[in-house]
Design a binder for this molecule. Structure first.
Ligand SMILES: CC(C)(COP(=O)(O)OP(=O)(O)OC[C@H]1O[C@@H](n2cnc3c(N)ncnc32)[C@H](O)[C@@H]1OP(=O)(O)O)[C@@H](O)C(=O)NCCC(=O)NCCS
Length: 173
């Protein structure tokens, strides 16, 4: 409508040199420091791939990281494990970190980042298998953010949650 300011279109894309990492602040020191100091190195060394959500190609409103990992079959709840082959370890994808800048909180960007991560994980699992998505909630307060999307707690590891890839597939059907 004429006179109305155009809303920015947020895009999720891999972290690159054009993004202003230094300005990012989510209020959690360890998550800020990771983006400021470590994320570029992890990308370069192929340890993790950081993705950012940006309204303008420069500002980072939020980010997450993805890596490959594995879980021991005996860490998975029995009702899920019984549906898997009896290998001692099973492949998984680690959603290592997820944070939204204080300036962009409460606008749905956390949910968008999580859905983007799950969608990418599902796509990649069709070529390099992954049986579930794993997250480590940074503290007890962060747990509900994941459980509300169906993540289940791994009984033997505190604050580690997982989402079977079959559940992810259902989400995007
Ligand atoms: C958790 C975090 C990523 C949420 O980002 P956000 O952009 O404000 O979240 P959204 O606006 O997308 O909210 C999505 C939903 O999650 C809910 N939510 C947001 N933060 C939550 C939290 N800490 N616990 C439970 N639910 C939460 C919202 O109420 C919303 O629910 P609704 O869809 O029913 O309204 C953000 O607060 C953050 O970066 N916190 C610091 C780092 C952190 O805790 N990271 C996650 C764990 S490692």
């Amino acid at each position: 409508m004429a006179g109305e300011a155009e809303k920015p279109r947020f895009v999720v894309e891999p972290l690159g040199s054009k993004h202003d990492r230094a300005a990012f602040s989510c209020g959690v020191e360890i998550l800020d420091a990771y983006l400021h100091k470590q994320a570029g190195q992890d990308l370069k060394k192929r340890v993790a791939v950081p993705f950012v959500i940006t309204p303008d190609g420069t500002t980072i409103a939020g980010y997450y990281t993805l890596s490959q990992c594995s879980v021991q079959l005996d860490e998975i709840p029995a009702e899920v494990a019984k549906k898997l082959p009896k290998y001692p370890i099973v492949p998984a994808t680690l959603l290592g970190r997820l944070a939204v800048s204080v300036a962009f909180r409460g606008q749905g960007h956390g949910a968008t980042l999580l859905m983007d991560a799950l969608y990418r994980t599902l796509q990649h699992s069709r070529e390099a298998a992954s049986a579930s998505v794993i997250v480590d909630a940074k503290d007890a307060a962060a747990l509900p953010f994941y459980t509300k999307y169906g993540f289940l707690e791994l009984p033997r590891i505190e604050r580690r949650l997982f989402l079977p890839m079959g559940t992810v597939e259902h989400l995007f059907r």
